[in-house]
Write a protein that binds this ligand. Structure first.
Ligand code: B1M
Length: 244
């Protein structure tokens, strides 16, 4: 990655002493990728601010420093090199950078690549996986409306309507709550709005067969897959709409 000495070769004091403002842009971005990987929230916030102070746009900072760093985290999570605690720390560090960039992105009108409404379905309070998915989607450039836990069909439909979302994401961790996904999808069908959205589902007890049975567009086995599939399907949908 970077030409800098790997942090593993530095003592804790040297890592603490590393003055990010003395690095060149390329060195700083490489260092931020490492810091994101290591879940170093304060360093990510500081690095983000330094790049902005040097005249980087919010969009370039987001894509080159944060999204690219998170892509590496996502790949290693998918490949079983990183595990949930590390990914949560990385996602948290990314959020620190996102918090600085979010108002600037809104100001400059930089478009998200798509909008996602996500929630854990009614009766279910598990949210760790869903939160991870929401963060990875943000990292991939989506605007995410997170409805939290125990979300009923009315909340989903209302949020989809208000946000004009491209994607509906639903999470369930219980065998007793996963059938509720079908209630939401059937309601979209009844309202004649099923084709307006890409529906992604996930959660430990689900599989592709279940996803097909309830009429979702894709089953996402983990957060990295969810971000990849969301990007693929939104892009495909946009080009099919553009093609008439
Ligand atoms: Co609960 N729980 N729990 N629990 N809990 C399970 C799910 C269980 C399998 C444990 C077990 O018995 N072995 C079991 C379900 C059994 C079943 O249904 N067959 C169970 C049970 C029974 C219960 C209670 C009923 C226990 C009780 O009260 N008697 C109760 C239910 C409460 C309720 O929801 N109504 C309950 C409560 C809880 C806690 C509150 C204590 C806590 C939740 C805390 C929280 O989420 N804030 C909890 C936890 C932590 C678990 C386990 C141990 C871990 C879940 C987790 O966070 N995994 C879980 C056992 C297990 O799964 N091994 C268990 C880590 C997380 C990153 O993975 O959520 O799978 P996961 O998300 C992944 C993918 O699935 C995917 O991406 C994520 C990231 O890679 N994904 C999506 C998830 N959602 C997605 C949505 C998408 C795309 C991908 O949309 C596009």
């Amino acid at each position: 990655m970077s030409d800098l000495p790997a942090e593993g070769n530095l003592s804790d004091e040297e890592v603490d002493d590393l003055d990010l403002s003395t690095l060149t842009d390329d060195e700083l971005v490489a260092q931020m990728h490492d810091d994101l990987y290591d879940g170093m929230k304060n360093e990510i916030a500081e690095g983000t601010q330094i790049l902005l102070n040097r005249g980087w746009t919010a969009e370039t900072t987001l894509n080159k420093a944060l999204v690219e760093g998170m892509r590496v985290v996502g790949d290693d999570f998918r490949d079983g090199i990183l595990f949930v605690p590390e990914v949560l720390l990385a996602a948290n560090a990314m959020k620190a950078g996102m918090e600085i960039l979010r108002p600037l992105l809104a100001e400059t009108g930089v478009e998200a690549i798509g909008k996602v409404v996500i929630g854990t379905v009614k009766g279910d309070i598990h949210d760790i996986g869903k939160n991870l998915v929401a963060m990875m989607l943000e990292g991939a450039g989506f605007e995410v409306v997170d409805l939290g836990i125990n979300t009923d069909v009315d909340n989903f439909i209302e949020a989809l309507t208000e946000s004009d979302a491209d994607i509906l994401g639903m999470s369930a961790l219980l065998t007793t709550t996963m059938p509720y996904m079908k209630v939401v999808i059937d309601t979209l069908v009844e309202l004649g709005r099923r084709d307006d959205y890409i529906v992604l589902v996930g959660g430990a007890p689900l599989n592709q067969e279940f996803s097909d049975a309830v009429g979702a567009d894709a089953y996402c086995s983990d957060a990295a897959v969810a971000a990849e599939v969301a990007k693929e399907l939104v892009t495909a949908r946009r080009s099919s709409l553009a093609g008439g």
